[in-house]
Ligand binder design. Structure first.
Ligand code: DQA
Length: 147
């Protein structure tokens, strides 16, 4: 079987993890999370590409250029606002898992609306960095891999 290729996309302000609202997002930096992801991907023999941007346009351009089998995305604040990022995922028929570090359902009511959840394969919210690892484990055992 050929090696699975997965893209991870981190949205705005996730570059501030570690210092940003630790009561919601914990103490790990984005680099710590990415290191965990790379370690797990190595164990699973999965190729991963990791991208972070604070810019909606850059995230859309990244999505339009994806050639991976599956994507894990934390759209961060764009979750609740970006029809444009949603449209790019749908247009490119990207199979993706939506991940949130915090439990968005236990916070302000505007966070309960996601422009992504109904077109995602699945949603993980509130498990901290483990949510990304759970998504990776799911993709690893998933038979139906197609973009
Ligand atoms: C987040 C939740 C969003 O509501 C918020 O805007 C973020 C991070 C999370 O990972 O819990 O930036 O996506």
């Amino acid at each position: 079987m050929s090696k699975k290729k997965i893209s991870i996309i981190h949205g705005p302000n996730l570059n501030l993890l570690g210092e940003r609202e630790p009561e919601h997002y914990g103490n790990m930096t984005l680099e710590d999370i990415n290191t965990k992801l790379k370690e797990r991907a190595g164990e699973l023999n999965i190729e991963i590409d990791i991208f972070q941007s604070n810019s909606e346009a850059e995230i859309i351009e990244k999505i339009q250029s994806l050639t991976s089998d599956f994507t894990i995305i934390n759209p961060a604040a764009f979750t609740h606002s970006s029809v444009a990022i949603r449209d790019s995922l749908v247009a490119k028929k990207i199979r993706f898992i939506e991940v949130h570090l915090s439990n968005v359902f236990a916070r302000e009511s505007f966070r309960k609306n996601s422009f992504f959840s109904d077109v995602a394969v699945g949603v993980i919210s509130g498990l901290g960095p483990e949510g990304y690892i759970a998504a990776l484990n799911y993709i690893n055992q998933s038979e139906k891999i197609s973009r």
